[in-house]
Design a binder for this molecule. Structure first.
Ligand code: ADP
Ligand code: MG
Length: 278
């Protein structure tokens, strides 16, 4: 069936098929399979990996939609069986709730807990994991949601556990840009001094926007160019290089292009979609 014939079922007979794609290239999920490793994302990932390897504390910040959660998933995917990653994605937790969550996720059992109390129970478990030849990495996404300095203080205490000068865990703090401002304040000084590495994830420039789009299309099964130069320029203009916004615009442009029976996505298509979404 040809597109634009009026016989189409709503939204699709799949535009994927029309454009030679095996799946949707611009879905919202932070799927590490689609990870575009431009300079910024590659550098951020390398630093996170290094920090985990060294059992260090690292802070990754970036704007909303810049790719932080995607990187956290890619980081976890990249860790082999020598690592024991614990991902906390909703850290709106009181100090006690935080410790309970960590204890639960590490597998601190009743007995350990009863014998040592919460904090020491975690310490004992961390040591056990270490003895078994593994390294614990606690990864906290959306860390700007941590309610107060007390919860951060608890995190700092966790990182105090050491063995022969080696940390017993790596701590990866990921959050929106404001987290960096917050941690610069006086009450957080002790924690800040422990942070070995900081990285701020920048937004994509126009060239990277083109590479990003091409990469996602390629993972979805299409290597031939689909968005022309003008379309990429418009994607960049309307998104400011924020990957999440690029995805929304590009995904809608594909639906629109398909509806028009367009063989390539042009500047005009992207502009029309962007104006409509405003
Ligand atoms: N480097 C990247 N490679 C592939 N997709 C990305 C990349 N960065 C961001 N995205 C996509 O952009 C959207 C927003 O990314 P996300 O990781 O949720 O951002 P954040 O956590 O910073 O708000 C997701 O759909 C994600 O798949
Ligand atoms: Mg996120």
């Amino acid at each position: 069936m040809a597109p634009g014939s009026g016989l189409l079922t709503p939204e699709s007979y799949l535009y994927e098929e029309f454009y030679g794609l095996k799946e949707k290239p611009f879905s919202k999920t932070p799927d590490p399979r689609f990870l575009y490793q431009g300079r910024k994302h590659a550098e951020a990932l390398a630093r996170l990996q290094l920090a985990v390897e060294d059992m260090d504390i690292v802070l990754l910040t970036g704007d909303i939609g810049s790719g932080k959660t995607t990187l956290s998933r890619a980081l976890i995917d990249s860790l082999d069986e020598r690592f024991h990653p614990v991902l906390i994605i909703n850290p709106r937790l009181s100090p006690t709730q935080l410790l309970q969550t960590v204890a639960l996720r590490l597998g601190v059992d009743e007995e350990l807990h009863a014998r040592h109390g919460l904090l020491e129970g975690i310490n004992a478990k961390l040591y056990e994991i270490y003895e078994a030849g593994k390294r614990t990495a606690i990864i906290i996404d959306e860390a700007q949601l941590i309610p107060g300095k007390e919860t951060f203080e608890e995190l700092r205490l966790l990182t105090n556990f050491q063995l022969d000068d080696r940390n017993l865990l790596a701590l990866v703090l990921i959050g929106q840009t404001e987290l960096r401002v917050r941690l610069a304040k006086r009450p957080y000084r002790a924690l800040r001094q422990r942070i070995g590495l900081q990285y701020h994830l920048g937004l994509l420039d126009e060239q990277e926007t083109g590479e990003y789009v091409a990469h996602r299309l390629s993972v979805a099964g299409r290597d031939a160019p689909l968005f022309d130069e003008g379309a990429i320029a418009a994607l960049y203009r309307y998104s400011d290089g924020v990957p999440r916004l690029i995805n929304v615009l590009a995904g809608n442009a594909l639906i629109e292009g398909f509806g028009r029976g367009a063989a390539a996505i042009t500047e005009e298509i992207v502009e029309d979609v962007a104006e409509e979404l405003k």
